[in-house]
Write a protein of this length. Structure first.
Lengths: 769, 137
């Protein structure tokens, strides 16, 4: 299973050297990866529907509790199948859609990366592992949304998406760490066992807040929803993949996954119902004013996500089953509609709903797909959407108190708008009179029209024969959420009851709305007038102010004068150290324990003092460089005297190289001038003397502390036994604290890249002049 | 720099210093030394050569740009960290051959990590210094 998750990462790396061979006609071969993964996950269906759970364990960083723990139950399986199944179709579809695109290889690399990250999210059992994959989905979706990187709007929306989801991820991490810390294990399955403790803990509210922040930003819940319509700047296959089955469902998945750990309390239920309710209504209402096909789909997607959050909030077994059915329903019809939109855009060059009509004559198979998808989204009987919608109403009706009336009303109104939006996207472009300018359009390649048709047909097949999916997939998914087996077969026909009445009402009103209301630009103008109040506007204003503050701050504190920086750093450090020193209790002015001075030490110290004097007083730069290097070598000698050969060697080589560096830079400097006036000099003297005095005092204090040698004793004792090395310093560097060393060399590399790129950039600019 | 003695000496010093740096690198696990110091000494060897022969000559001698060494070294260090995962141990477990090799001594994953550090240090120092020196010329 580890390989199944990592396969996408491996493939995306392989695209770097081999990608250019897969740009032409072979591009569709990329789909082999998701197809084989899909087959792999399909093979788990029998086991999972029997109630088994497949687990996988591989230690990664056991000391921090981070392990490759994967856990496959009904919920994970449902998502894995969606990710790989719709992924396969999108991979196939994108080959003709982006044929001849300059960065087709890059596209598939990002897509594989993203798919692997999504699989990681839904399969991970360790919350920290889940978080890592979660962030990877944010990052890889940033690449995907900004795929048209020569378009400024596209770059901006990808940044917004990354900002919103990344910010939420940051909070989510805090929440997950808190959960792991309190329950004593980072495994979700273990947390399920100790859920009572978590729910009664003082910090429960905080955990919920942090987790909700992560889920809401990812799943585009109000007021964080605005990144999703912006993300429509991506090529349509990406939108189809991100917004139907994967990225935005990750937040929903997280809530569903953590339901057995955190869910079921009032603190869980009400925020989710309220936010989910606002989101579903707000964006369903917005969707009917859009004229861009992708805009309609974007807002109806947000609305569907709202419904899912809402259902998980209600938290009854019925509502959770409704949620898992609706996840599948929505994924099928929404992916289909997105892919249809992609073909329309590709062939006609427009997505404006007021321009498109009569396309059934030229794009017949797509018209069927559009019709079926629209029917499923409308929830007509014998479509899968019908079952989904029934279950939603069923769930809202079976809540306590006055809730049923309000919640059901909310759901009905939302569904009416959604129905209208679905018909607009799936039906409207294909009906009516075909304009002359579209007469010569012809059907694109099979790979482009077959996937949406297949998805739409599946929506009908599951609707007519719900037995295919319910016991094998959907009941296990819901039972994974409530952590006990449920077995509620899905039915096409519930008899004449209130639910059927509501369904009929939804259909009638939605159809009425569709027939009466024509989409127009004036409607869009009307809704745009409220833009100033929208969360997007507020947040973009906020970023504007933050940027201004940052510019001011930078101009004041980072004015580019090295001497000012140095002065500030030293003064600040002095103040901090002095505070700690004088607030820390007794101050000793004389070291408690002194070794007798040797002649060598006195000699070295004299040399050091002479070199320092020369450094401060000389007016020749070369002299100063030589004098400072003398100081460095003097320090080396001191290290040698106090038996620290490793330190001495390193210091010696570093000093040599520093002199070389200085000499190289000196050539470029203007002649030496002394700008400092008398006042500035006195100030510098005072600062330097205070700093020196403080450091000396601290040194003396350190000598007076009783020295705890437990750590050094451990290293000394175990260097040979555990790491087979006799040089303790080196063993610490490459073995005990190897991770630190790795980060240090990474930092070094960044420094080198920085110097290289800065200077090379400069070279080119001067060449232009 | 115009100095016949230094000029001649640096041609001989380059291989000697490089050998010395490798010696320092390999003995690091038992005696003072290690990848970091070894890398610095190797860089000094090349820097000395560039002082007398010019940066361009040294780059020609290297054949590859020193910047290329950075990803190579980082890759080696990371690989040596993750190698234990392949046989089911956690990351950064020290793996060692049972028998010491002639001349080198015991070989383990930590040695490869150290070699990675060595390569990165050479790459970083030479990239910085050569970039600046070319800029200065």
């Amino acid at each position: 299973m580890l390989f199944a998750v990592l396969a996408g990462f491996i493939v995306s790396i392989l695209y770097i050297p081999f990608g250019r061979f897969l740009k032409g006609k072979l591009a569709g071969l990329a789909a082999l990866l998701p197809i084989s993964l899909f087959a792999y996950f399909v093979s788990f269906i029998p086991a999972v529907s029997d109630g088994q759970r497949v687990t996988f364990h591989q230690p990664w960083v056991p000391s921090l509790g981070i392990n490759f723990d994967f856990h496959l139950d009904g919920l994970s399986l449902l998502f894995s199948l969606l990710i790989t199944g719709i992924g396969s179709l999108v991979f196939l579809y994108a080959a003709p859609y982006l044929r001849g695109h300059r960065y087709l290889d890059r596209f598939y690399a990002y897509l594989s990366l993203f798919m692997a990250a999504m699989l990681g999210v839904v399969l991970a059992d360790n919350v920290l592992l889940l978080f890592i994959f979660w962030e990877l989905t944010s990052i890889s979706s940033f690449f995907l949304i900004g795929f048209n990187n020569d378009n400024a709007a596209s770059r901006k929306s990808s940044l917004i998406a990354l900002g919103v989801t990344g910010g939420g991820g940051f909070l989510l991490m805090a929440g997950l760490v808190l959960m792991g810390h309190l329950s004593g294990s980072y495994s979700i399955q273990a947390m399920v066992e100790t859920n009572e403790y978590l729910k009664n803990h003082v910090l429960y509210g905080l955990i919920l807040l942090l987790v909700f922040a992560g889920a809401f930003t990812k799943s585009a819940q109000f007021p964080f929803h605005f990144w999703l319509p912006g993300a429509m700047k991506a090529p349509t296959p990406i939108s189809a993949y991100l917004h139907s089955a994967t990225m935005v469902k990750a937040g929903v998945y997280l809530l569903a996954r953590l339901y057995p750990v955190l869910g079921g309390t009032d603190y869980w239920t009400y925020p989710l119902i309220i936010i989910g309710g606002i989101t579903m209504l707000y964006s369903a209402f917005h969707s009917i004013f859009r004229t861009d096909l992708k805009g309609i789909l974007a807002y109806s997607t947000i609305s569907a996500l709202g419904i899912l959050v809402f259902l998980i909030g209600i938290g009854t077994p019925q509502s959770l089953l409704a949620a898992s059915v609706f996840i599948l329903v929505h994924a099928l019809y929404k992916a289909s509609l997105f892919l249809i939109t992609g073909v329309i855009d590709h062939e006609t060059g427009t997505r404006d709903i007021t321009q498109l009509a009569g396309l059934r004559k030229v794009l017949f198979p797509l018209a069927i797909a559009g019709l079926l998808a629209a029917l499923s989204s409308a929830g007509l009987p014998f479509t899968f959407g019908f079952i989904g919608k029934d279950l939603v109403y069923e769930a809202t009706l079976h809540t306590d108190g006055v809730m049923p009336i309000i919640l059901t009303a909310l759901a009905v109104v939302t569904n009416i708008f959604l129905l209208y939006a679905g018909l607009l996207a799936g039906l409207k472009p294909f009906t009516g009179q075909l304009p002359d300018r579209y007469q010569r359009i012809h059907l694109p390649s099979l790979l482009m029209w077959a996937p949406p048709l297949l998805l739409a047909l599946l929506g009908i097949a599951f609707g007519a024969f719900p037995a295919i999916a319910d016991a094998s997939l959907l009941n296990p998914a819901a039972s994974a959420m409530i952590n006990k087996p449920i077995d509620t077969p899905l039915k096409i026909w519930h008899g004449f009851n209130l639910v059927l009445l509501l369904s009929g009402l939804t259909l009638a009103l939605g159809a009425f709305l569709y027939l009466m209301r024509k989409p127009s630009a004036s409607g869009l103008d009307w809704i745009e007038r409220f833009n100033n109040l929208s969360p997007k506007h507020v947040i973009s204003q906020l970023t504007h102010y933050v940027r201004h503050f940052a510019i001011r701050y930078t101009r004041t504190l980072h004015n580019g004068l090295l001497r000012v920086y140095l002065l500030r750093i030293v003064v600040f450090a002095t103040l901090l150290l002095a505070f700690r020193l004088f607030a820390g209790g007794n101050i000793y002015l004389l070291p408690g324990y002194l070794t007798p001075l040797s002649v060598y030490e006195i000699a070295v110290v004299c040399i050091l003092i002479a070199a320092i004097y020369l450094t401060v007083t000389s007016s020749s730069r070369l002299t100063v460089v030589v004098a400072t290097s003398v100081i460095g070598y003097g320090m080396c000698l001191l290290f040698v005297f106090y038996s620290a050969p490793d330190l001495a060697m390193t210091q010696f080589t570093i000093d040599t190289l520093t002199v070389v560096l200085f000499v190289l830079v000196l050539f470029r400097l203007p002649p030496f001038l002394n700008f400092a006036n008398r006042g500035a000099r006195i100030r510098d003297w005072v600062v330097a003397a205070t700093f020196g005095a403080i450091i000396t005092l601290i040194g003396i204090q350190v000598l007076n502390q009783s020295f705890d040698d437990a750590v050094s004793k451990f290293y000394g004792d175990n260097a040979y036994i555990l790491a087979k090395g006799k040089n303790v310093v080196n063993v610490i560097l490459v073995d005990f604290r190897g991770m630190d060393t790795l980060f240090e060399i990474v930092v070094l590399s960044i420094a080198a890249i920085g110097v290289f790129s800065l200077l090379k950039l400069k070279l080119k600019a001067s060449e232009k002049e | 720099m115009k100095s016949t003695i230094l000029n001649t000496a640096s041609s001989y010093l380059l291989p000697i210093l490089l050998l010395f740096s490798i010696f320092i690198l390999l003995r690091g696990h038992y005696h003072p030394g290690g990848g970091f110091v070894g890398g610095l000494i190797a860089s000094i060897a090349f820097v000395l050569h560039s002082f007398t022969h010019g940066t361009d000559d040294t780059l020609k001698l290297l054949r590859i740009h020193p910047g290329v060494l950075i990803p190579v070294g980082l890759g080696l260090a990371v690989l040596s960290m993750f190698a234990p995962v392949l046989i089911g141990d956690p990351v950064m477990t020290g793996l060692w051959f049972d028998e010491p090799f002639p001349v080198i001594g015991l070989i383990g994953s930590a040695l490869f990590f150290d070699i990675g550090v060595y390569i990165v240090v050479v790459g970083v120092v030479l990239t910085i210094l050569f970039t600046i020196s070319q800029y200065s010329e």
